[in-house]
Write a protein that binds this ligand. Structure first.
Ligand SMILES: Nc1nc2c(ncn2[C@@H]2O[C@H](COP(=O)(O)OP(=O)(O)OP(=O)(O)O)[C@@H](O)[C@H]2O)c(=O)[nH]1
Ligand SMILES: [Mg+2]
Length: 273
């Protein structure tokens, strides 16, 4: 068979073919090596970024406190107030540290069906995350304000608990399919937030969200663990809150300690320390 004409290689291969044809065989090999090195360098950089700043999906129903918690962890200028409830797009936050070991958070909006589904696809399928922070609030999710009405919408706690469970069912399925698809293990931290609203019950509430507790949430959690396989998915349940201070039963110091403990656990799970 006739060797391919360099001109036609250039025509078909575009810039690379043209370059190889004009630089001759040796020059072409050098260019190819340089390109491979460049691609290898980029891959190395990506791996380094992934190790230093693993991505974390933040899930949970609307008003549960995802944005507030992640803003607190990432020292993002807090945008507090009722206006924040109902994030419409996937929020990105980065927690950086002086030791270059932090996290890249991907906060999935709890409300808004279309953007929520797209965001769930993004974090669990398209750009698979390293771990999941699922946020629950013991039925204390804040209702969205109806346009024109100020103040928090008061919504029955039982209703909110049922919605939390509904939301968890959807997310748990996504986590299970991600865990079975991938080779490396993943982690899930259930953040039981807004503990300042139920300071006397923190322990029992955390227990109710834990594996083997027998509550509807825990039953779904057990199912998820069985489906994914214990070796593939580690589960932690930790209390936390994003608010606290002078007029709260939780002091600012206690709140910071909760946030620090959550951050430390995620760092351990990511192999940071
Ligand atoms: N008391 C108390 N309120 C909190 C805490 N965390 C968040 N909130 C309040 O709960 C409301 C909802 O918090 P967000 O962080 O906006 O909720 P979200 O989960 O991001 O909601 P979506 O964006 O709709 O998915 C806000 O008014 C917060 O100020 C907390 O730890 N304690
Ligand atoms: Mg939000």
């Amino acid at each position: 068979m006739k060797p391919p004409n360099p001109k036609s290689v250039a025509g078909r291969g575009g810039d690379l073919g043209r370059l190889l044809a004009t630089t001759g065989r040796e020059g072409g090999a050098a260019v190819a090596t340089a390109i491979t090195a460049l691609a290898g360098g980029r891959q190395h950089l990506r791996r380094l970024l992934r190790e230093r700043y693993p991505t974390v999906a933040v899930t949970g129903m609307t008003g549960v406190g995802k944005t507030a918690l992640v803003d607190r962890i990432s020292r993002h200028a807090a945008t507090t107030g009722q206006a924040d409830v109902g994030s419409a797009v996937l929020e990105k936050r980065r927690r950086t540290t002086t030791s270059l070991r932090g996290f890249r958070f991907r906060v999935v909006p709890g409300e808004n069906a279309a953007t929520r589904l797209g965001a769930l696809d993004q974090v669990f399928h398209d750009e698979v995350v390293d771990g999941v922070l699922h946020v629950v609030a013991n039925g204390y999710a804040t209702g969205r304000r109806v346009a024109g009405i100020s103040g928090a919408a008061s919504i029955d706690r039982e209703v909110q608990l049922a919605r939390e469970l509904e939301d968890w069912t959807i997310t748990a399925h996504r986590i299970a399919s991600m865990a079975v698809r991938r080779a490396r293990p993943t982690w899930l931290v259930i953040a039981v937030t807004k503990v300042d609203l139920y300071p006397e019950e923190i322990e029992s509430v955390v227990r109710a969200y834990s594996p083997g507790a027998g509550t509807p949430f825990a039953v779904k959690l057990d199912e998820l663990r069985a489906l994914a396989g214990a070796a593939k998915l580690s589960v932690d349940v930790l209390p936390v809150c994003a608010e606290g201070g002078k007029h709260s039963p939780i002091s600012a110091k206690q709140r910071d300690a909760y946030v620090a403990a959550l951050e430390l656990r995620m760092a351990q799970l990511c192999g940071h320390r």
